[in-house]
Ligand binder design. Structure first.
Ligand SMILES: *Cc1c(COP(=O)(O)O)cnc(C)c1O
Length: 432
C-alpha cells in the first residue's frame, strides 16, 4: 500500500501542480497517467503478500482498499492543498462520511455549521444519528460564547464548508480552527466550492480537508468522486483519550497503533485500512483518470468561473426584477471582508439570488432560460441553475427551508466558462 506520507516540497505554484504533479513517469513509461484497471496485484512470494495484509510493507493488493491510479491523483490533490496524505472516495458524500467516522463511533458528538450542503446535513442529522453519533448544528455567525456552548466532553470534531452550498456563505476558518483546537479536536473543512486554487484551509489552521471532486475538480459533470486530505498537523496523541481509534492498538491488524506506525499519515492510513476495507466506497480508477484530466485545467477554469460570476452578480444586483444577490465578490455582501481574507483571488462560480415575486415567478424564469440548463449539478463548465425549494429541498416547507438556511426564493446559479455576454443575455431574456 502506498502509505508513505507525501513529503514533496512545495517548490511549485498550484498552477504547475495542477498540470504536472502526481504521475511522474520513469524512463520509457507512458507520459499520461495509466489507468490500473485491475482489482488485484501479483506477488512472487506468499510471505510478501502476508506482510501487505499486516500493513508491514507498502504495496497494492486489492483495489477495494487502494489502487495506484487513485493514489497518483490523491497525491496531486494533497499537493494542491499542501497536505501530507490523501485518498480518493467514490463520492463527496463518502469523503465526508469517512472523514468524520474515522474519528467517531457510537456515543461521539460532532459540531457542524448549519450552512452546509443538504446531503451532508442529512448524513449528519439523520444517518449518522442512527449510528449513535450526535450532531449539534451551529450558526457560523454566532458569537464565540454561543459556539462554545455547542461542545460536549464527547465532541470529536468541528465541520464546516469554506463556501457553503447553496447559500454561498464564507466561513471564518481561522476562528473555527481556534475554537476546535481549544477543545482538543480537529477542524474538518469541505473545500469543494473554493477548491485549493482559491483557498487552502490548512494555511488557516484546518486539519482535514474534504472534496466532492464531482464539482470543479472534475469540472465537466462527468464523474462522481470525493477526496480526503490530511494536513498532518493535528497532534492526535496529545489528545489520545479522545481518539482511541488512532492512538491505541487495532486488533484487526495484530495490535498495530496508527499514530505510532504511520506518524503523519495515521489518519489516511486508518481510513484506508479500516473504512475502505470494511465499507468499500473506493473511486473507480477510470474515474480517477477523468478527475486528473479535470485537475490539469482547474486553475484556468476557476479564473474564468470567478470572472464570469463576478460580472453576472454585478449585473443581477443592478436589475430591478432581482430582489437580492448573494455573491461574496460583491461589496454589498456581508461576507465580502471574509472573502477578501480567505478568497483573495475569487470565490467560485456559484451565485445565490432571489427574484421579486413568488416561487412561481422563480420557476417561470428558470423555465425560460435557453442556454443555462436546469440540472441538479453545480460547478460545471456549462452554466446551470437550480431552485432548491422545488428541487433538492422540495420536501421542506418554507419555514423548514429558512431553518436550513435556504430562502424559498433562492435560485442557485452556477456560472460556467462560456462567454459572459451570452450568459447575461440568456438571463436577461428569461427575466422578460
Ligand atoms: C456535491 C457536494 C457534496 C457531495 O458530493 P457528491 O460527490 O455529490 O457525493 C458534498 N459537499 C459539497 C459542498 C457539495 O457541493
Amino acid at each position: 500500500m502506498l502509505f508513505e506520507p507525501i513529503t514533496m516540497k512545495k517548490n511549485y505554484h498550484n498552477e504547475t501542480l495542477c498540470v504536472q504533479e502526481g504521475w511522474k513517469p520513469k524512463n520509457g513509461e507512458p507520459r499520461v497517467l495509466p489507468i490500473y484497471q485491475s482489482t488485484t496485484f501479483k506477488y512472487d512470494d506468499s510471505d510478501e503478500m502476508g506482510k501487505l495484509f499486516d500493513l508491514e510493507k507498502s504495496g497494492y493488493f486489492y483495489s477495494r482498499l487502494q489502487n495506484p491510479t487513485n493514489d497518483v491523483v490523491a497525491s496531486k490533490i494533497a499537493a494542491l492543498e499542501g497536505g501530507v496524505a490523501a485518498m480518493l472516495t467514490s463520492s463527496g458524500q463518502a469523503a465526508n462520511f469517512f472523514a468524520v467516522f474515522n474519528i467517531c463511533e457510537a456515543g461521539s458528538h460532532i459540531v457542524s455549521t448549519n450552512a452546509i450542503y443538504g446531503g451532508t446535513y442529512n448524513l449528519f442529522g439523520v444517518t449518522m444519528k442512527k449510528m449513535g453519533i450526535d450532531v449539534t448544528f451551529v450558526d457560523q455567525n454566532s458569537s464565540d460564547e454561543e459556539l462554545e456552548k455547542a461542545f460536549r466532553p464527547n465532541t470529536r470534531c468541528v465541520f464546516g464548508e469554506t463556501i457553503s452550498n447553496p447559500g454561498c456563505e464564507v466561513l471564518d476558518i481561522e476562528r473555527f480552527a481556534k475554537l476546535a483546537h481549544r477543545h482538543g479536536v480537529p477542524l474538518i473543512i469541505d473545500n469543494t466550492f473554493a477548491t485549493p486554487i482559491n483557498c487552502r484551509p490548512f494555511e488557516w489552521g484546518a486539519d482535514i480537508v474534504t472534496h466532492s471532486t464531482t464539482k470543479y475538480m472534475d469540472g465537466h459533470a462527468g464523474t462522481i468522486g470525493g477526496a480526503i486530505v490530511d494536513s498532518g498537523n493535528f497532534n492526535w496523541e496529545e489528545h489520545a483519550e479522545l481518539f482511541p481509534g488512532l492512538c491505541t492498538p487495532d486488533e484487526s491488524y495484530h495490535g498495530l497503533t496508527y499514530t505510532k506506525a504511520f506518524g503523519k499519515a495515521a489518519f489516511i492510513t486508518k481510513a484506508t485500512a479500516q473504512l475502505m476495507r470494511d465499507l468499500g466506497s473506493i473511486q473507480a480508477p477510470q474515474n480517477a483518470y477523468y478527475i486528473n484530466l479535470g485537475l490539469e485545467t482547474l486553475h484556468l477554469r476557476m479564473q474564468r468561473h470567478c470572472a464570469n460570476a463576478q460580472k453576472v452578480a454585478e449585473w443581477l444586483e443592478k436589475n430591478e426584477k432581482v430582489a437580492w444577490v448573494r455573491y461574496s465578490g460583491l461589496e454589498s455582501n456581508p461576507y465580502h471582508s471574509l472573502a477578501k481574507k480567505y478568497l483573495p483571488n475569487g470565490s467560485c462560480g456559484v451565485i445565490a439570488f432571489g427574484l421579486k415575486g413568488t416561487r412561481e415567478d422563480a420557476i417561470r424564469f428558470m423555465d425560460s432560460l435557453k442556454l443555462i440548463c436546469i440540472v441538479t449539478h453545480v460547478a460545471d463548465a456549462r452554466s446551470c441553475v437550480l431552485h432548491p425549494a422545488s428541487h433538492t429541498h422540495r420536501q421542506l416547507s418554507d419555514e423548514q427551508l429558512r431553518e436550513a438556511g435556504v430562502a424559498p426564493d433562492l435560485i442557485r446559479l452556477s456560472v460556467g466558462i462560456e462567454n459572459v455576454d451570452d450568459i447575461i443575455a440568456d438571463i436577461e431574456q428569461a427575466l422578460g
